[in-house]
Design a protein around this ligand. Structure first.
Ligand code: ATP
Ligand code: MG
Length: 636
C-alpha cells in the first residue's frame, strides 16, 4: 500500500486518552458519558448480553435536553442553524428559537395522543422543521424514523408500515433542482391503505396547492396554539431514540435501532475529537438528515456542543456546481464535511469554480460514505483546503451510530496518508481478519471486524433480533462483522477497500474495488469509475470497468489504451480490465454510493432485484445500453 505523502494533522496530543481507553474501554466510556447531563446516574456502565449491548443501565437522560436546554440556560442567543434554501430563502435560528420551537412541537405531538415509545415517520426536506420534529420526538420519548425525502411512495410506505408509525410529518413540497417535489402527495399515496396512521402534519414550505384530507393538520395552526414549555421526559439510557433504514447499497435496507445514552455519549466524544469543535466555528455537513450522517452530525452531534451550523436545503450543484463554494464563502464556514461522491462531482467541473470563491475561512475538511480515492483526497487538500486544512476521512456505518475510524485533530496529532482513515477512535478495537477470523498480518487484505461493543452501537434491527444476530454477529466468533474489506498497513493505518461482497478474485488474488477504482481515477481524464467482476474461464473473474470522463473530455481508442496503461502501472498487470465502458453517470443509491452489486448483475445478464434505493434509473439504462452495444459489435 502506497503512503508516499505524509501530512501532519492538528491537535493537542493527549496521549493519556488512548492509554486509558486501551486499559479498560468500559471505564473509559463511563468517564466520557459524564460530559452529558443525566437526570439520574447509571448503576451499570455496560450490560453485555452477547450480542446485545446496553449502555449506562439505570441512568436517565433526554437527548433534546442535552441538545437544547443546557445551551438555552447558558447562551440562548448563540446561533444554532444558518439555513439556506435552495431558492435563496434564508432563516437563522438561535438556540433559544430552537428550544421554543421544539417545546411547542413536543406539546403538539402530545396533544395528538403521541406517547413514549410511539413511532413517528418524518418525511421532510432539509428545513429546520426536520431537526425540530426529531428533537420534539426525543423530548417526549417517541421514536423518530426519518425517511429521505427523495424516496418514492412505495419506499415510504414500506418504512411507515415496518415501523407502524402513528403520525407522519411532511411538507407541502420541497425544492430540488429548481422544481417543487410534491411530498404531501407522496405521503397520501403511501398511507392510502394504512389505517394505523392517525394524523399527517404538513409544514408549508413552498405554499403550493395541496389537498387536505381528514387526517391532515397544518404545522403552523398547531404551533400557534401550543404552549412553549414541555418538560423533557426522563428516559432510560437504553430507551430507543430512533429507527433509521440503511442506505441499501448491498440489498434491502435494514431498520437500525439506536438507543439514547450510549449513542449520545459516542456523538459527544467523536464530534469533539474528530471536528475539534470550537465556540467560534461554523460547521457545515452536506449530508441529508435522511441518512445517518445527518442524524449524528447535523442534528445530535453539533447541538450537543452548541455549535453553529449551516443547513442547506437543495442539490449541491444547483443552480451551478459552485453552490457549495458560494455557501462556504457567504457563511464563513470553517469545518466542511461531505462525501467522496460529491467531491468527484465538483472535481469533474475543474478548479476555476472553487478558485473563484473565498474559502479562506476553512480550517478542517472531512469525508464520509465511501472510500476516498487518493487522487480526490489530494484535490480536496490542495484546491479546497489550500494545503492548510487537515482532512478527516471518517469511516462508520448506520449501525455504528458515530465515527469509528478517523484522524482526530481534536485529540491528537497524526500524519495523514491520502486514502487512509488512519486509526480507530479510542475505546474501539478493530481487527482485520481472514475467513477463519484469524488476524491477518500487516499489508494483507481481510475483513474488518470490531472486537468489543461501543456506545453508539445499534440496539438491534427493528423487530428482527434474529436478523441482527445473523447479519452482524455470526460470521466471526465474538466479533461484529462490518461487511467491509480493509488493510492495516505496517504503520497500523487502516485502508478501507469497499464491501467484502464486491471484492474481485482474479487469478487467485483478491482485489478490493477501491484499489482498482483509484487506479482508474489516477488518470487525469477520469472523473469517476466503478468496477465489477464477471466470470472468466481462466482467471476465475475478469474486471469490467464503467468510467465517467471529466467535463469536455471525449472518449476514443487511444484514451482507452492510456487508461489501461495507467491502471497496469498503478495496480499491476493483473488489474488489466477485460472491458471498459464509458458512461455519463453511474448507478448510485440516493445517498450517493455507487451500487456495484447492480453493475455486476447487469454485466452478468442476471435479473435486477430490489432497486428502491436507486437515485436515477437512467444510469441503469445507460449501463445496459453500453453493454448491449458492445456485445452487438462483437457479434457483427
Ligand atoms: P446497506 O448496509 O443497506 O447495504 P450502506 O452500508 O451503504 O447500506 P450506510 O450505513 O449508509 O449504508 O453506509 C456504511 C458503509 O459506507 C460502510 O460499511 C462502508 O462500506 C462505507 N463507508 C462509510 N464511510 C467510509 C469511509 N470513510 N471509507 C470507506 N468506506 C466508507
Ligand atoms: Mg451497510
Amino acid at each position: 500500500m502506497k503512503s508516499e505523502e505524509f501530512l501532519v494533522g492538528l491537535g493537542n496530543n493527549d496521549s493519556g486518552t488512548r492509554e486509558k481507553a486501551a486499559n479498560d474501554y468500559v471505564k473509559f466510556w463511563d468517564e466520557q458519558a459524564q460530559s452529558l447531563q443525566w437526570f439520574k446516574k447509571w448503576d451499570k456502565t455496560l450490560d453485555w448480553n452477547f450480542p446485545f449491548a446496553r449502555w449506562f443501565v439505570g441512568g436517565t437522560i433526554n437527548a433534546s435536553y442535552n441538545a437544547l436546554d443546557v445551551h438555552q440556560q447558558k447562551n440562548p442567543q448563540k446561533k444554532a442553524i444558518l439555513w439556506e434554501g435552495e431558492n435563496g430563502d434564508t432563516r437563522v435560528l438561535t438556540y433559544h428559537d430552537l428550544y421554543i420551537q421544539v417545546n411547542k412541537f413536543s406539546n403538539v405531538l402530545k396533544s395528538l395522543g403521541v406517547e413514549k415509545g410511539d413511532r413517528i415517520t418524518i418525511y421532510l426536506p432539509m428545513i429546520p422543521e426536520l431537526s425540530i420534529s426529531m428533537l420534539a420526538c426525543a423530548r417526549i420519548g417517541a421514536i423518530h424514523t426519518v425517511v429521505f425525502s427523495g424516496f418514492s411512495a412505495t419506499s415510504l410506505k414500506d418504512r411507515i408500515e415496518d415501523s407502524k408509525s402513528k403520525v407522519v410529518i411532511t411538507a407541502d413540497g420541497g425544492y430540488r433542482r429548481g422544481s417543487i417535489v410534491k411530498l404531501k402527495q407522496v405521503v397520501d399515496d403511501a398511507i392510502s391503505s394504512l389505517d394505523f396512521v392517525d394524523n399527517v402534519i404538513v409544514v408549508q414550505r413552498t405554499n403550493n396547492q395541496i389537498k387536505l384530507n381528514q387526517k391532515d393538520l397544518l404545522w403552523n395552526d398547531l404551533m400557534q396554539k401550543a404552549k412553549d414549555t414541555c418538560e423533557p421526559e426522563h428516559l432510560d439510557s437504553t430507551h430507543p431514540l430512533y429507527i433509521l433504514y440503511t442506505s441499501g447499497t448491498t440489498g434491502k435496507p435494514k431498520g437500525v435501532l439506536h438507543g439514547t445514552g450510549g449513542y449520545l455519549t459516542h456523538l459527544h466524544s467523536t464530534f469533539q475529537w474528530a471536528f475539534d469543535i470550537k465556540d467560534s466555528d461554523v460547521f457545515f455537513c452536506t449530508a441529508d438528515i435522511g441518512w445517518v450522517t445527518g442524524h449524528s452530525y447535523v442534528v445530535y452531534g453539533p447541538l450537543l456542543h452548541a455549535a453553529t451550523q449551516v443547513m442547506y436545503e437543495g442539490a449541491p450543484d444547483y443552480p451551478n456546481p459552485a453552490r457549495m463554494w458560494e455557501i462556504i464563502q457567504k457563511y464563513k464556514v470553517s469545518i466542511f464535511y461531505t462525501t467522496p461522491t460529491a467531491l468527484r462531482m465538483f472535481m469533474r467541473f475543474g478548479n476555476s469554480m472553487p478558485e473563484s470563491h473565498d474559502l479562506s475561512t476553512l480550517r478542517l475538511l472531512g469525508t464520509v460514505g465511501e472510500p476516498i480515492n487518493p487522487e480526490v483526497w489530494r484535490w480536496y487538500y490542495t484546491i479546497i483546503g489550500k494545503k492548510k486544512c487537515p482532512i478527516i476521512d471518517t469511516w462508520w456505518q448506520t449501525e455504528t451510530g458515530g465515527i469509528m475510524i478517523s484522524p482526530l485533530p481534536g485529540l491528537e496529532t497524526i500524519p495523514l496518508k491520502p486514502g487512509s482513515a488512519t486509526r480507530p477512535i479510542p475505546g474501539v478495537c478493530t481487527l482485520v481478519v481472514d475467513e477463519t477470523g484469524k488476524e491477518v498480518s500487516a499489508d494483507t487484505k481481510g475483513f474488518l471486524v470490531i472486537k468489543n461493543p461501543w456506545p453508539g452501537m445499534l440496539l438491534t434491527l427493528w423487530g428482527d433480533d434474529e436478523k441482527y444476530k445473523t447479519v452482524y454477529w455470526s460470521k466471526f466468533k465474538n466479533c461484529y462483522y462490518s461487511g467491509d474489506y480493509a488493510i492495516k498497513d505496517s504503520d497500523g493505518y487502516l485502508w478501507l477497500l469497499g464491501r467484502a461482497d464486491d471484492v474481485l478474485k482474479i487469478a487467485g488474488h483478491r482485489i478490493g474495488t477501491a484499489e482498482l477504482e483509484s487506479g482508474f481515477m489516477s488518470h487525469n481524464a477520469v472523473a469517476e469509475a466503478a468496477v465489477c467482476g464477471i466470470p472468466h474461464e481462466v482467471k476465475g473473474e475478469a474486471i469490467i470497468a464503467f468510467v465517467v470522463l471529466k467535463e469536455g473530455v471525449n472518449q476514443n481508442e487511444s484514451l482507452q489504451k492510456e487508461i489501461v496503461n495507467q491502471i497496469r502501472k498503478e495496480v499491476g498487470p493483473i488489474a488489466t480490465p477485460e472491458q471498459i465502458y464509458f458512461v455519463s453517470k453511474l448507478p448510485k443509491t440516493r445517498s450517493g454510493k455507487i451500487m456495484r452489486r447492480l453493475l455486476k448483475t447487469i454485466a452478468r445478464g442476471e435479473q435486477i432485484g430490489d432497486v428502491s434505493t436507486l437515485e436515477d434509473g437512467a444510469a441503469v439504462s445507460e449501463v445496459k445500453a453500453a453493454i448491449a452495444a458492445l456485445k452487438k459489435s462483437i457479434h457483427n
